[in-house]
Design a protein around this ligand. Structure first.
Ligand SMILES: Nc1ncnc2c1ncn2[C@@H]1O[C@H](COP(=O)(O)OP(=O)(O)OP(=O)(O)O)[C@@H](O)[C@H]1O
Ligand SMILES: [Mg+2]
Length: 508
């Protein structure tokens, strides 16, 4: 089977339908993938992208529709069958076993064995080293997954999918937590896989990645197929318009910043080998951006402030009073909030409902005389569901049933609800679609207008430049410099972050 472009169709899905309680996640969706192409799948949070991939990979059963692989109809009883048929998927939410090593995860369930059936550890190590080498990932194959950073775990997830040598490889937001350099390596790998004739499905909210990679783009909205076009025929604003079904005005709201008195003051914050003499302050009503490369110590600053990690030295005051943080609960009691980047590990209790997760960190707010007021809880959860446009049939839905981006919104709701005086937001819009990002920025503005101070960590330079009143740039555990929003440009921030002077005009 091939289409008019002559490239053979590897995979085709016709009339895919998936009904969850209260949500029609997929409604008659069609999709096809050619050999040797990168086909991007875009759409707002909850549009149905991950669900479509789960049906394709046999992880969920469709309620209707047929999947053809090289023209043959398939019926996968489970993920293993799909894997054997040559379909491999990198899930948005990692699927690694934290207590196992990197190499064991890469070959999970299909380790090379000796004749007698024992695991061939040497082959395992060699294979894993080779794969990680191809990704140029600096990760030891014997390391435990739980000891890796989020970005490293993502690389392992990618190595695992590539190890299968599948003909169809789906990547569901693979770059969400990678550094720029890792992203470039991944893109090189994708280019290679495409050249080898594999079909790649690529899901991302970062439209510049779509522009860089995709041959074709399929847009989904509300569980439906909207269009499939060659990438050149879908410029970015048109893509966005089809995703959200309306025009989007400027993404970054105008900020009328009027920073007040110093709210948070940090002096000489140090943690051996990680942070070195970090000093800065955040004023009431101010958004301070913390920029820097992944691994530069941004998250470590947040963790030390919040009492997740101990500090070796440093004074922290909030409203002029010394902050004693030995433990996150103390930090919360003193008015600090911390929306983490790792929503699965630290942000949410997946088995609990949207309502419970929203009010989790705010029990004093919803309790009277030690009893939780159900009415107040419902009121708060409903308010943030509306403000953040959390897409769910109701606040009693378990968070694990929400789409990735909507889970991220619940993490934010949890901390917004807590009414912290100083809010630390670590990658607040990761995995969030273009429409909802603007809502989150507007909400940040509302908070600062009420005098809340925000320390925002973000790898998206656009976002830092668009939202922060002041930008602190970190490099190797130190503050490398500070820029006002008026001075800051992408180039200046990158120069501070990398320590590399801009290329001077070629000397003649
Ligand atoms: N197990 C489940 N139970 C109930 N509803 C679900 C389940 N999985 C997904 N849904 C719902 O199906 C819809 C589509 O979700 P899906 O995860 O496919 O969205 P998505 O396009 O991947 O979004 P995102 O960009 O946020 O990752 C959402 O409304 C989601 O809440
Ligand atoms: Mg998804």
């Amino acid at each position: 089977m091939s289409d008019r472009d002559g490239q053979p169709i590897l995979l085709e899905m016709v009339g895919m339908r998936k009904q969850y309680p209260g949500v029609l996640a997929l409604d008659d969706v069609g999709f096809n993938l050619r050999a040797g192409e990168v086909h991007a799948l875009v759409g707002e949070n909850g549009a149905g992208k991950s669900t479509l991939m789960k049906l394709m990979a046999g992880a969920e059963r469709p309620d209707g529709g047929t999947i053809y692989l090289r023209g043959e109809p398939q019926r996968f009883a489970g993920p293993l069958e799909a894997m054997r048929a040559g379909i491999s998927i990198i899930y948005q939410e990692f699927n690694l076993v934290p207590t196992m090593s990197v190499e064991e995860n890469i070959y999970l369930g299909r380790q090379p064995v000796h004749g007698a059936g024992f695991v061939n550890w040497r082959a395992l190590r060699a294979g894993a080293s080779d794969l990680l080498g191809r990704l140029r990932a600096d990760i030891h194959p014997g390391a435990l997954v739980e000891a890796l950073s989020v970005a490293q775990q993502q690389m392992v997830e990618i190595a695992k999918a590539v190890a299968l040598d599948a003909s169809v490889i789906a990547m569901d937001e693979p770059t969400a937590s990678l550094t720029d350099r890792e992203i470039e390596r991944l893109f090189e790998l994708i280019d290679r896989l495409r050249a080898e004739g594999k079909g790649i499905i690529y899901i991302s909210h970062r439209l510049e990645e779509i522009e860089r990679l995709a041959d074709r783009v399929t847009v989904m909205r509300d569980g439906r197929w909207v269009c499939t076009e060659p990438r050149e025929q879908l410029p970015r604003d048109e893509m966005v318009r089809r995703m959200v079904g309306r025009e989007l005005s400027s993404q970054y709201p105008v900020r009328a910043a009027a920073p007040g008195e110093v709210l948070l003051d940090v002096r000489g914050l140090s943690r051996r080998g990680v942070l070195h003499d970090v000093s800065f302050s955040v004023r009431a009503g101010e958004i301070v951006g913390l920029a820097g490369l992944v691994g530069s110590g941004r998250t470590e600053v947040a963790r030390a402030l919040f009492g997740v990690d101990a500090r070796d030295a440093g004074e922290i005051t909030l409203h002029g009073e010394p902050v004693v943080v030995g433990h996150p609960a103390q930090a919360v009691a003193q008015g600090l909030g911390f929306a983490t980047e790792d929503r699965k590990g630290q942000g949410l209790v997946l088995g609990m409902t949207v309502r419970e997760n929203t009010t989790l960190a705010s029990l004093p707010l919803v309790s009277r005389l030690g009893f939780v007021s159900a009415a107040r809880e419902v009121e708060l959860a409903e308010r943030y569901r509306a403000d953040l446009q959390i897409r769910t049939p109701g606040i009693e839905q378990a968070v694990q049933n929400l789409s990735g981006g909507n889970q991220q919104k619940v993490v934010l709701a949890k901390w917004l609800c807590r009414e912290a005086r100083l809010l630390i937001l670590d990658e607040p819009t990761r995995g969030i679609d273009v429409g909802a990002k603007a809502e989150i920025y507007a909400l940040m503005n509302q908070l600062t207008a009420q005098g809340v101070g925000i320390l925002m960590i973000s790898s998206e330079l656009d976002e830092v430049l668009g939202m922060a009143d002041r930008i602190l740039v970190m490099r190797e555990g130190r503050l490398a410099g500070e820029l006002s929003s008026a001075q800051a440009t992408a180039e200046l921030v990158m120069r501070l972050a990398t320590g590399v002077e801009a290329a001077s005009p070629a000397a003649t």
